[in-house]
Design a binder for this molecule. Structure first.
Ligand code: GCW
Length: 665
């Protein structure tokens, strides 16, 4: 049967190597688990059993009695050094033991053991322990009650609201398994452009049903809330956060939520952004709103994630706006509030400098929000592995407390000594049979989870893990495919927005090029505004002579970008308006470098195609053909980007293409 991609990286097909199977069979004769343990412990045992049976090709019985040599014991023990969710896998006297300080720790440990087997490690001297560096590791679904997904490219929502709570789609459980296997622990079920419906008794029953399926897998549910809910469904005249009736309404609603879902995780809020209502409608600020919700959570174990994605027409450079609204509020947020910040200052572009709020709000825990759904990165059509993008942001140095003050250390709480920490990925999951439309979208889901757990992992190693579990462990095929994954994001940048160009995509759908857009239907952004092409040159001047957005960064960070002669080319046009004939550090003029990147980027897609062909013998034919077809589209669309952008910018530059590049026909 052809592989349809449904099983993700949890395939559990029998290991091809007899020697490896034998070695593991000797260590996996049975699984011991305390029958009086809770549902998560039983789930851990069942998942381990399922995986091992598939991989080793023989049943692995579950037993309650302590096993002898070759047994695997699952145990919850007091192990403060592991933290609440960490695990240890140890091997002694021929026995394996997976311990955690909680049941969910054991569950994560079971998936870690399976990963060892799946990636072809030998069981010898297995001794590893791990715990997450970030506390709240969540997917944010932008899913709507009617089943559509905002910026979703893999079918409709997996949540079947009309069928819930009576019918539980089996997919919910498979989804929970996948999340648990990569260490995630929370799910915001609905779009940040939120419907108030989710807070009604009718929908809370549905949410509770989903929570019931996710719970044994250590996944808590959260809801995005509409700020105006007290008016829309509560019958109040206002949603002013300082109004006593509004406060009472949220308190009562929160009480109802916890009655239905005792381990409810909390709220995610998009307010006063892109037309959404918010506390500013009543002359209040973001902290007034967030703190009121935190108060409504009272003694419940829940948090408020308040998004910083805000910008308005007529407020100057959009790059600065979130900073200007939020930075002055540092220190004003209640204990349970985290402010959720996108990786970059504009909006999930293919490459952005890190968001200037990181490091600038030391008294507020900041959640890093990255986007797995490829809104500006070719939807589910272009192959773009996002590991390098996520890592680039995590490793960026804010210099807020001197060199080494990375975004990762801000986010995991270690730099500013926060007890709360979080990271969120905007989900790329839908009802397509293979979940993410493009097979490599699965790698982005996977990489997000692994990096959320441990941001020190290398993106290349995560890609190797994913490919070994999902595609093949055959060395020649991996050698062909891994460079494609690892380079795909920089190739995408080259043929769409090289040298720091940004926001030049098709206005309505955010797909394909539209750099010529002079006037937008949206008053809050115009595309020409972002590339600033004119007869003199190209790029957005964000130095003191321009919008001065650079000044938002700490001196150490700013300095990297401030001088056009030394600014890394990848960020050049983010910060500088550069003359067409200006010689860059690469040795070429701006025009020649720009056009060369558009051309080489496009040609590199053909290289990706050739590499993918090389892996064909080792891959499932259906999976291979699907990706190969998408790569054909990608090459056609890379040419579209190249030709459109080169021809458009040429109307300003008025220069010929450098020798060797064939003009678009
Ligand atoms: O990227 C933009 C998207 C909107 C989205 C918004 C946000 C959910 O185009 O679709 O709305 O960001 O992040 O709030």
């Amino acid at each position: 049967r052809a592989d349809d991609g449904y099983r993700l990286w949890l395939k559990y097909d029998q290991l091809p190597e007899a020697g490896l199977r034998k070695a593991w069979l000797a260590r996996a004769k049975n699984i011991n688990v305390d029958k009086n343990g809770g549902p998560t412990l039983q789930t851990a045992a069942k998942e381990l059993q399922l995986g091992l049976q598939g991989l080793l090709g023989r049943p692995v019985p579950l037993g309650a009695a302590p096993g002898g040599r070759g047994s695997i014991s699952l145990r919850v023990t007091a192990a403060p050094e592991l933290g609440r969710e960490g695990y240890r896998i140890s091997s002694q006297n021929g026995k394996l033991e997976i311990t955690g300080a909680s049941e969910v720790g054991v569950l994560y440990g079971c998936f870690a053991l399976l990963r060892q087997v799946q990636t072809g490690q030998l069981p010898d001297q297995l001794n590893l322990s791990s715990q997450p560096r970030i506390q709240y590791r969540m997917l944010n679904h932008w899913d709507n009650p009617n089943g559509t997904v905002e910026r979703g490219y893999a079918g409709s929502s997996i949540w079947k609201w009309l069928e819930l709570p009576e019918r539980i789609d089996p997919r919910y459980q498979d989804y929970a398994r996948a999340n648990a296997s990569i260490g995630l622990n929370g799910v915001v079920l609905n779009n940040v452009n939120a419907s108030a419906r989710y807070l009604t008794p009718e929908y809370l029953r549905k949410v509770a049903a989903v929570a019931g399926v996710l719970r044994p897998y250590g996944q808590r549910v959260y809801l995005s809330v509409l700020w105006a809910a007290p008016k829309v469904i509560g019958g109040l005249k206002t949603s002013d956060p300082l109004d006593p009736q509004v406060k009472a309404w949220w308190q009562a609603r929160t009480g109802e939520i916890y009655k239905a879902i005792p381990d409810f995780g909390g709220f995610l809020v998009k307010a006063n952004s892109e037309g959404e209502p918010g506390p500013q409608d009543y002359g209040r600020n973001h902290a007034d709103g967030a703190n009121m919700l935190a108060q409504a959570l009272g003694g419940h174990d829940g948090i408020v994630m308040w998004r910083a994605f805000v910008y308005k027409a007529g407020s100057g450079d959009r790059f600065r706006q979130a900073y200007e609204e939020f930075q002055p509020l540092d220190g004003k947020f209640a204990d349970k509030v985290l402010v959720q910040v996108k990786n970059g200052p504009i909006d999930f572009q293919a490459r952005e400098p890190f968001h200037p709020l990181f490091g600038a709000m030391p008294r507020t825990p900041l959640v890093l929000e990255v986007q797995l759904t490829q809104e500006y990165l070719g939807f589910a059509t272009h192959l773009v592995y996002l590991g390098p993008l996520i890592k680039e942001c995590l490793e960026a140095d804010t210099h807020s407390q001197g060199p080494g003050s990375t975004v990762a250390k801000v986010v995991d709480g270690s730099l500013e000594k926060h007890s709360l920490s979080g990271i969120a990925g905007v989900a790329n999951i839908g009802s397509d049979r293979n979940w993410t439309g493009h097979l490599v979208g699965q790698a982005n889901w996977y990489a997000f989870g692994r990096l959320a757990w441990d941001h020190s992992l290398r993106s290349e190693d995560v890609a190797r893990e994913w490919a070994s579990m999902t595609l093949t462990r055959e060395p020649a095929a991996l050698a062909a495919v891994l460079p494609v994954l690892n380079q795909s994001r920089s190739i995408y940048v080259r043929y769409t927005t090289p040298l720091g160009l940004h926001h030049i995509m098709g206005q309505d759908i955010h797909y394909g090029p539209e750099p010529w857009l002079a006037r937008s239907a949206r008053p809050d952004w115009t595309a020409v505004y972002y590339h600033k092409a004119d007869a003199a040159g190209l790029g957005f001047d964000r130095t003191a002579a321009g919008s001065d957005a650079l000044a938002l960064y700490a001196p150490g960070a700013r300095q990297r970008w401030a001088n056009p002669a030394t600014c890394p080319p990848d960020y050049l046009l983010w910060f500088h308006h550069v003359g067409w004939g200006q010689q860059l550090s690469t040795g070429r003029t701006l025009w020649d470098e720009l056009t060369t990147r558009y051309y080489t980027g496009t040609d590199s897609v053909q290289w990706m195609q050739r590499q993918w062909e090389q892996a064909k013998p080792a891959l499932d034919p259906a999976l291979h053909a699907d990706v190969a077809a998408r790569l054909c589209i990608q090459h056609r669309e890379a040419q579209w980007w190249r030709d459109a952008c080169v021809l458009y910018f040429q109307t300003f530059a008025r220069r010929p293409l450098p020798p060797g590049l064939a003009p678009p026909t």
